[in-house]
Design a protein around this ligand. Structure first.
Ligand code: ZN
Length: 330
């Protein structure tokens, strides 16, 4: 599961602004050169204290470094300059929920992961997590041929606190919102549970991180979830009963409707399941490198229809037809 609205996408850069510190900060942020982005963003707010987006981005960079106090200051500054910005307000509200839970956390690093946890709440389980993180980095990275080298924050919560940060849906197992957030059942080793539950969650959320970087935050929800679930399926089987039931009655969601990305909560599961089945088809019929190509086209700003056509050299309508007959053969 990812939280889409909250992952910051820098605003469009005007031609006149192209060489400004803010533009450089935004470009570095999108390429995940986070240290460089931070120093440009600091320069940007020094030079232009009234630049709302610069404060917003600076706050995000502090936020990713887990410097929550400075993140709060930057976002409050942004809100002061633009009091009507709902997105800034929401960011601050989210931070206010997280900050008390994340105060005074200990660190345990497994490069590139920076693992944070409450010493008194998460016990020896965190040591079990180390090899799982390393394996995730290698194995999931292999599919995408992408191995990030910037610090990725992973926050471990006792299951009860996780309830407070996730906030959205009761079905959420883990979360990626620029940081990977994982619930840990206290008491037992992390690997316990059916089918390596924690590992499966981690593979899923880490995939979101890679997809986010490759598509520069422009991957549609159904595809993003489909890809994450496809990686998750390498660890544990996916429950597709609901989707199969609907698909068997011949009622899949037309692709065109998927593009529109208007989901009501009740449809979400079917959207995700169908996203998974489409992604599975694309990878089986074509390949992982093709899928990475598709993500990169999205990252360049292609709408999904054009990206599909350019990558797979077929009209999406034709692909959809082939997908349907593939589905019926399953
Ligand atoms: Zn997900």
């Amino acid at each position: 599961m990812t939280v889409y609205f909250i992952i910051l996408l820098p605003s469009a850069i005007s031609w006149a602004e192209e060489a400004s510190p803010y533009a450089r900060a935004a470009a570095a942020y999108q390429d995940r050169r986070l240290d460089e982005a931070l120093s440009y963003a600091e320069e940007a707010v020094r030079e232009e204290p009234g630049h709302v987006e610069a404060h917003l981005l600076l706050g995000q960079l502090y936020y990713l470094r887990q410097d929550l106090e400075k993140a709060r200051e930057s976002w409050e500054q942004a809100l002061k300059l633009a009091p009507s910005r709902r997105d800034v307000r929401e960011r601050l509200e989210k931070l206010q929920k997280e900050a008390p839970l994340e105060r005074g956390l200990s660190r345990n690093d497994t490069a590139p992961f920076v693992v944070r946890f409450a010493q008194d709440q998460i016990g020896p389980e965190r040591e079990d997590l180390r090899p799982i993180l390393q394996e995730t980095y290698r194995q999931v990275g292999q599919s995408f041929q992408y191995f990030p080298d910037y610090p990725i924050t992973v926050i471990l919560y006792p299951a009860s606190s996780f309830e407070q940060v996730k906030g959205i849906s009761h079905r959420v197992a883990g979360l990626y919102d620029g940081k990977i957030r994982l619930p840990i059942q206290s008491g037992g080793p992390v690997q316990s549970g059916p089918g390596d539950a924690l590992k499966a969650i981690l593979w899923h959320e880490y995939t979101h991180a890679l997809v986010h970087d490759l598509a520069k935050g422009r991957c549609p929800v159904w595809l993003n979830e489909g890809i994450a679930t496809l990686q998750e399926a390498r660890v544990r089987p996916i429950d597709l009963r609901l989707a199969r039931g609907i698909l068997d009655k011949g009622k899949p969601i037309p692709w065109e409707q998927l593009w529109k990305e208007e989901y009501d909560q009740g449809d979400l599961e079917l959207h995700y399941a169908q996203g998974y089945l489409i992604t599975q088809y694309l990878v089986k019929r074509f390949s992982w490198p093709d899928l990475v190509g598709l993500l990169k086209l999205l990252g360049q700003g292609y709408p999904i229809v054009d990206a599909l056509r350019a990558q797979y050299k077929e009209a999406p309508v034709a692909l959809e037809k082939e997908w349907l007959s593939w589905l019926n053969r399953q």
